[in-house]
Each structure stands twice: as C-alpha cells, then as structure tokens.
Design a binder for this molecule. Sequence first.
Ligand SMILES: NC(=O)c1ccc[n+]([C@@H]2O[C@H](COP(=O)([O-])OP(=O)(O)OC[C@H]3O[C@@H](n4cnc5c(N)ncnc54)[C@H](OP(=O)(O)O)[C@@H]3O)[C@@H](O)[C@H]2O)c1
Length: 329
Amino acid sequence: MKVAVVGATGLVGTKMLQVLAERNFPVTELILVASEKSIGKEVEFKGTKYKVVGFEEALAAKPAIAIFSAGGGTSLNLAPKFAEAGITVIDNSSAWRMDPTKKLVVPEVNANVLTASDKIIANPNCSTIQMVVVLKPLHDKYKIKRVVVSTYQSVTGTGVKAVEQLMNERKGIEGEMAYKYPIDLNAIPQIDVFLENGYTKEEMKMTLETVKIIGDANVKVTATTVRIPVMGGHSESVNIEFENDFDLAEVREILSKAPGIVVQDDIANFVYPMPLTAHEKDETFVGRIRRDESQPNTLNCWIVSDNLRKGAATNAVQIAEYLLEKGLV
Ligand SMILES: NC(=O)c1ccc[n+]([C@@H]2O[C@H](COP(=O)([O-])OP(=O)(O)OC[C@H]3O[C@@H](n4cnc5c(N)ncnc54)[C@H](OP(=O)(O)O)[C@@H]3O)[C@@H](O)[C@H]2O)c1
C-alpha cells in the first residue's frame, strides 16, 4: 500500500513512522511530506532513507492513505485536496473532529462507523482517546451519567518546541518558549487557548469529543487540563458517576478483558500506572480503581497512556489497519 505521512519530521510524524514499521503495516511506497523548510531532508524508515517532498509531489503520487500530523491549518488546507484525489486522509489535528460529516474514531470503541466513502477521518485528541478506551466498556455495562476529569499532561503533547523548552530549562539555557511560563518545576493549568466559557479548548475537546465517540449525548463530561513537566505520557484522574451500581471486582474484570487496556491496580505492591512505565507502550493503563465514597454509583480511577502512541500515532495506524482489513481503502 502506498502511504503518505504528512508532518513526517514532527514528534507525532516520527512516532507514526516508528509505529508503521513496528506493526509491519504493508507499506509498498512511502511518501514523506513536511513544511517547505524540510523539503529534501532525509528521514529513515525501516533502514531506508527517504527524502521529504512537498505536498504537490505527494498528491501526484496518489497514495491510498495519507496520515496527517502537521497542525490544524495545514490539514484544513491540504486534507480536502487529498480527499478529492481519492486519497483517504487520517488526520491527527483538531481541524475535522467536530465536523458532523467526519467520523471521529478510536478503533476499540467505534471503528464500526467507518465506510469506504469516509475520505477524511479524524483521530481524536490524545487525552480524549485514552479516556474513552476506558469509559466505553464501563458505559456499556453501567451507563455513564457524568465524568469529572483532571489531566496531568506531558510536554510531548505540545510538540518539538515544548520538549526543547523543558530540556533548555533543565540545562539552564535560555531558549525559545513554547509555553507562556517556565514548565520545569511547574504545573500550567492551561492547555490550548481559553474560550468564552472560561474553559480551555483542550477541556472542551475532552467534553465534546467524548460524546461524539461514545455516541451518547447523555454522557456529561467536565474537564480541567494541566501541563506538567513530564515526557512519557498523559495521566488522568477520572471520576465516573453511573446510572447503575457496580461491583469493583466486576469493574476490574470488564476492564482487563476490554481491548487495548491493561489494568495495573495492586496497591499492596505499589502497582499503578505512571508515565514512566506507559512510555513507548501502545496500551492504555488504568489503576487506583476505587469507589467514590462521597456519592452513590461513582468510581474513581487513574488512566495513563503514551500520548504520542495511543494518543496519536498508534490510534491512526490502527484506523489504517481497520480500513485495510475491511477493504475500505
Ligand atoms: N503531540 C501529541 O501528543 C499530539 C497528539 C495528537 C495530535 N497531535 C497533533 O498532531 C499535529 C502535529 O503535532 P506534533 O506534536 O508532531 O508537532 P511538531 O513536532 O511541531 O511537528 C509538526 C509537523 O508538521 C509539519 N508541518 C508544519 N507546517 C506544515 C505545512 N505547511 N505543510 C506540511 N507539513 C507541515 C512540520 O514540518 P517541519 O519540520 O518542516 O516544520 C512537522 O513535521 C498537531 O496538529 C497536533 O495537534 C499531537
């Protein structure tokens, strides 16, 4: 299969190439695209060096699939051009996620919504993906009423510049700032821009995307998203109120059988998910599973996943695998 990766030199694009190689996605021809400044640059895939090209060359090569991780503006501009040429776009930016004509997909949750006519498919926000993987099997069994989530998000979620900012601060080097404030030894309660309702765009992504993916408007979500000086993945403290009561042993059983989830919940032995242990893993890890003793039918848990993998590259490649397996590309 001819595959294009748009944004191939970025954090997500680099991880995308790694995941395509690891999962042995049947790439017969690879076309790598980045911004003009990177054209001609060499990027390695499975031991072969590929030259980065411009988008016109990628369009002319007519790949079957183009995986985009080049920012919302680039996606708004280029994805329709690729789709019109019959290329199926899987897009990591937020550009198309809430467009009612586009599918927003986490394969473990709702891959069944995909059809051959979906030419621009949206990959959800990283913090949303790892949360819905855990919410869906519990919703199916106990029916979720409301979710209260607070996130502890990795600097890799912002891209190359943010990783550089953290590393520069650690070395005492003055450099370009990806954030308004220092991130080392800090916690910044702002991810993305503020909206009129006082929430950030990241917080509203978690609220709106969750409902779209789970496909139930009765599920209410409220979020506080925070950037912390961590690299391996995003962590989330999640409080879930159900319509029906649950049994904790059954919750653990449901989660341990659900696709893409690893339960790490053994407090006697200090076993719980952490970014350090989730780093470079494709699964979503859940632990600290306990009853919220302040109100009925409510559960607390702690969810961690590598945001560059399940939160971006792995989820996109899983969508591509599903399309291929079902003959939709
Ligand atoms: N980081 C995450 O955890 C995460 C998770 C989910 C989704 N996303 C989304 O994925 C996208 C990329 O994120 P990132 O963290 O990888 O950012 P990044 O490290 O800053 O990389 C951005 C990539 O986009 C390319 N690019 C920029 N303008 C372009 C243009 N006009 N045409 C073609 N390519 C262009 C860049 O090429 P140059 O190197 O030439 O500048 C680079 O390859 C964003 O939309 C982000 O919201 C990120």
